[in-house]
Design a binder for this molecule. Structure first.
Ligand code: CP
Length: 316
């Protein structure tokens, strides 16, 4: 078992199942009146977010607190990175405080791997540029399992800006590891230039190819990674040709999106607000999965009843 979670592949198939099963255990904690357990008491979690985030940063912070860890969140705008400090020096400095885990988000692909090389803490990749977002993949898998009660054999179409999507890279790999059949659909300019072999999945520029998918995973248009020229002639044209709305879906198809969404660009307003769309269920599961990830890295053994905490034990 890897000491870090930098890539979703660090977990392997068995590790994915282990974290998903542990997530079920923490879901039971959330049904209690007091949603806090002593599992990570005395442990220190540093959330180092050097790129914007709402879902990942908030859910990691709450996850650590629900496990009774001491949690410190450092944002790019309030860190010495703004004064020109390098990532390596930032990690080495944080390391002197002996944190148990550093959760890192950074705009550069490979940032989490660099942190894992220089830190004594366990590193969790909370999104590194266009590379990977492994805890998003775990919460996506957990959501898929809740909805379909299986992963193996499911057909999943990822639609949109695949080229710049760390969500696509991690979630496609995770779904494939558990036996799903995945494909990427989007305009040729937004499909990976490395081709199908690098992605390990079929690619298509024909939006009609989503018709057989059980699940349509809509990807955010990553404006911030595309540069001033953009990769599509216009957002209006993109929405017309590839935007997902009710009329594009076959009966029974479910829709996921990691958020944040660009309403009216990659997904219609009405579809975002449709209760059948899984965006908010994914977000809710993020907290549970991140509890399981922190627990898995810091206390890699089956939680005892005492560690999971009874309501009475936690209350005293
Ligand atoms: N899905 C996701 O990573 O969202 P945030 O950027 O808000 O964390």
């Amino acid at each position: 078992m890897s000491r870090h979670l930098v890539s979703i592949r660090d977990l392997g198939g068995d590790g994915l199942e282990r974290v998903l099963d542990r997530t079920d255990q923490f879901a039971e904690v959330m049904d209690r009146e007091i949603k806090k357990v002593p599992s990570l008491r005395g442990r220190v979690v540093v959330n180092l977010f050097l790129e914007p985030s709402t879902r990942t940063s908030t859910s990691f912070e709450i996850a650590g607190k629900r496990l009774s860890a001491d949690v410190v969140t450092v944002r790019g705008s309030s860190s010495s990175v703004e004064k020109g400090e390098s990532l390596r020096d930032t990690i080495l400095t944080l390391d002197t405080y002996a944190p148990d885990v550093i959760v890192i988000r950074h705009k550069a692909a490979g940032a989490a791997a660099l942190a894992a090389r220089v830190s004594r803490a366990a590193i969790v990749n909370a999104g590194d540029g266009t590379n990977e977002h492994p805890t998003q993949a775990l919460l996506d898998l957990y959501t898929v399992r809740q909805i379909f009660e299986r992963v193996s054999g499911l057909q999943v179409a990822f639609v949109g800006d695949v080229q710049h999507s760390r969500v696509a890279r991690s979630s496609m790999a995770a779904l494939q590891m558990l036996g799903a059949d995945v494909m990427a659909v989007g305009p040729p300019t937004l499909l990976p230039v490395e081709g199908e072999d690098a992605l390990g999945a079929e690619m298509s520029a024909d939006i009609a190819d989503i018709e057989d998918a059980d699940l349509v995973y809509v990807l955010r248009m990553q404006h911030e990674r595309q540069g001033p020229g953009g990769y599509v002639p216009s957002l209006r044209e993109y929405a017309r040709e590839y935007g997902i709305n009710h009329s594009r879906l076959a009966p029974g198809q479910r829709v996921m999106h990691a958020g944040p969404v660009n309403r009216g660009v990659e997904i219609s307003d009405a579809l975002v607000d449709d209760p059948e769309t899984l965006v908010l269920q994914q977000a809710a599961n993020g907290q549970l999965v991140r509890m399981a990830v922190l627990y898995d890295l810091l206390a890699a053994k089956e939680p005892t009843a005492e560690e999971l905490g009874t309501r009475e034990a936690v209350a005293t």
